[in-house]
Design a protein around this ligand. Structure first.
Ligand code: PNW
Length: 457
């Protein structure tokens, strides 16, 4: 493994609904994921996050494990319904106390908290009473909730992430309906995406005006994107790959870095794509202090020549019919248990694409990792495939840095096995094994590898 810059940030990541459990403790309100998990057949094996890793009670042990692993930073999310049980009004003191104690303990152990304000667990009341992310009223509620977090935690938290993966919320939550709130539509994803962008912009505005000057932290957003490689050298396939990246990442990053949606989306989506007012554009443009990127895989892209069936809402990267892109993989690529192909060079190419398109922003990989069918054998998980995955992707990151990309940090997804959304507990992304019967955590071989790799001079 090559040498990374001295000040490179090494971390690991989780999210509230996936690990906390304690779904009704200490005044927490229900979230859309609590409700979605109760609908038959939405989640594999009928799994749910009511207990999950019970991190709400075992967080001290988890911090000890992080310290043993040697990470300098920990990215976690705050459950909005712990702070505001119905998504509005004054804060729940017990919710505040939980995160406040967690932040203190992290800092005492020399671990820098990176806090995501929204990782998909919307207060259920906002879904039922306000229509969730489709409602123009949601951005203001989000900004009020964000302000509570800045107020209570911003003296100690210096790295904020407003939203995790608005693409997933829009496409999987409102297009394909496989994630909460489970809606299927070919227009709602664009409306939800629009409100998500405005929510991000309003929260950043509150932070910049009221908190950043004295708290001196940074704020950004984490967008997810796979790499899209042209299937052939034809100009049509090259254009298709570019379009696929625009429908995936530029959908959210262009408004934030350029103040408008990409032209290909304006053309392909037509009047289903909402427009920003001049004031909204201004609020959005420049609203991220760093470029948070969650990256998992790569696919080939080819021009579909109008052959994608109208009304089909499947396909990883957006609404297929709107992009007019056919996706495929190379059967020679090895895959993880999510059936996501392992293609480290795709990570390097994506970093270079972001570097060029957004004028050399500071990039932080806020998630990268893989699920495998990890088995505990004689008290150990010898996850060599995961080690190979991390070695490959980190090598690609290193090459990108050598090629001039301003990549400043890397967070492994995930610290421990957890509730993998619609896949339930079957998919294991963790550096630590979790026995979901006993809730015991056991470091995998990859956790030890990660520690040694980070400590290389
Ligand atoms: C991300 N896709 O989700 C999330 O931020 C994590 O909570 C999650 O556990 C992790 O990646 C692994 O899945 C994604 O279909 C879910 O392209 C689905 C997709 C991408 C990211």
């Amino acid at each position: 493994m090559r040498k990374f810059p001295e000040d490179f940030i090494w971390g690991t990541a989780t999210s509230s609904y996936q690990i906390e459990g304690a779904w009704q403790d200490d005044g927490k309100g229900p979230s859309i994921w609590d409700a979605f998990c109760q609908i038959p057949d939405r989640i594999k094996h009928g799994d749910h996050g009511r207990v999950a890793c019970d991190h709400y009670h075992k967080w001290r042990e988890d911090i000890t494990l992080m310290k043993e692993m040697g990470v300098q930073a920990y990215r976690f999310s705050i459950a909005w319904p712990r702070i505001q049980p119905d998504g509005k009004g004054k804060a729940n003191p017990k919710g505040i106390a939980f995160y406040s104690d967690l932040i203190d303990a992290l800092l005492e152990n020399g671990i820098e908290p990176w806090v995501t304000l929204y990782h998909w667990d919307l207060p259920l009341a906002l879904q039922l009473e306000e229509d969730g992310w489709l409602s123009p009223s949601i951005p203001a509620y989000f900004a009020e909730y964000a302000a509570i977090c800045f107020e209570h935690f911003g003296d100690r938290v210096k790295n904020w992430i407003t939203l995790n993966e608005p693409w997933v919320v829009a496409i999987l939550g409102y297009g394909q309906g496989v994630f909460a709130p489970g809606r299927t539509s070919n227009s709602e994803p664009y409306l939800a995406g629009h409100q998500l962008l405005l929510a991000h912009a309003q929260a950043v505005d509150v932070y910049r005006k009221q908190y950043q000057p004295r708290q001196q932290g940074r704020i950004g957003i984490s967008n997810n994107c796979d790499w899209r490689e042209p299937l052939t050298d034809s100009s049509a396939d090259k254009a298709a790959a570019e379009r696929a990246l625009e429908f995936f990442l530029a959908w959210f990053a262009d408004p934030i870095y350029k103040g408008h949606y990409p032209a290909s989306m304006v053309k392909g989506v037509g009047d289903r794509l909402p427009a920003f007012s001049a004031a909204e554009r201004k609020l959005l443009k420049g609203s991220s202090d760093f470029f948070g990127l969650n990256h998992y895989t790569t696919m080939f892209a080819a021009d579909s020549q109008g052959k994608i069936e109208k009304g089909s809402v499947y396909g990883n990267g957006g609404l297929s019919e709107d992009q007019d892109v056919s996706l495929s993989v190379d059967p020679a690529w090895k895959q993880t248990s999510m059936k996501w192909s392992i293609v480290p060079w795709g990570c390097r190419k994506l970093l270079e694409w972001i570097d060029a398109r957004y004028d050399r922003p500071e990039i932080v990989i806020t998630e990268n990792g893989c699920a495998f069918d990890d088995q505990l054998v004689d008290g150990e998980v010898n996850d060599l495939d995961r080690i190979a995955f991390y070695a490959g992707y980190l090598e690609a990151c290193h090459q990108a840095i050598e090629n001039g990309v301003k990549l400043s940090g890397y967070f492994a997804w995930s610290f421990m096995d957890n509730f993998e959304w619609a896949s339930g507990y079957e998919k294991r992304f963790g550096l630590h094994y979790v026995n979901f019967e006993t809730l015991e955590r056991i470091p995998k071989a990859s956790a030890r590898w990660f520690r040694d790799m980070m400590q290389l001079p």
